[in-house]
Design a binder for this molecule. Structure first.
Ligand code: 6U4
Length: 167
């Protein structure tokens, strides 16, 4: 089965106590209740960059220009016990947007200190790739989930060679 192509965009800002990242509590669909990044499925005919700008607008009512997206790499989420959940994710960071993040039916956004990510409320794999990407590493990550579809069985990280497909 081919993995669904999805996207994530992490807004970053300088807070009083250090760098902050915008995450949010997922209110519907896949991963409901977890604290996740903003993003979603790439629809047919869209590039990943177009999709992530659309998702950011739909989910938190913020406008991001494609030219302000910083490609950070990819994460391949592999669920051996539930292959229909497999997702291939193109990840972006950005420090520029217009509008104030606001809650939608899908996600309740909140700023977190990068040094204090709410890892216990996130997917267990997030701490294996998100801090590295925020710190500027461009990486291609494969996360293999365990049979409970929650814990991490394996993480493989390599250098990300941007093919241009992320733009
Ligand atoms: N193991 C994992 N760790 C993680 O941090 N994020 C994961 C993950 N597996 C999937 N994701 C993310 C990637 C993707 O952005 C998101 C799922 O996409 P969506 O939010 O679009 O799903 P939904 O089923 O709610 O979507 P729509 O039907 O497109 O609204 O979950």
């Amino acid at each position: 089965m081919t993995a669904a192509h999805v996207t994530l965009c992490f807004l970053l800002r300088d807070g009083d106590a250090g760098q902050e990242v915008l995450l949010g509590r997922k209110k519907t669909g896949f991963g409901t209740g977890k604290i996740v990044g903003v993003g979603g499925h790439v629809e047919s005919g869209e590039t990943a960059a177009e999709a992530v700008c659309r998702e950011v607008q739909e989910e938190i009512f913020v406008h991001v220009e494609e030219s302000d997206l910083i490609p950070a790499g990819t994460v391949d989420f592999v669920f051996p016990a539930k292959a229909e959940w497999n997702m291939f994710t193109t990840v972006y960071l950005t420090g520029r947007w217009t509008g104030e993040p606001a809650e939608s039916d899908e996600i309740a956004p909140q700023w977190y200190r990068v040094e204090g990510l709410p890892v216990e409320q996130m997917w267990a794999d997030a701490e294996h790739w998100l801090p590295a990407m925020i710190s500027g590493q461009r990486i291609a990550v494969e996360v293999v989930l365990a049979d409970d579809n929650e814990s991490v069985a394996e993480v493989h990280t390599g250098e990300w060679l941007d093919s241009g497909a992320a733009r």
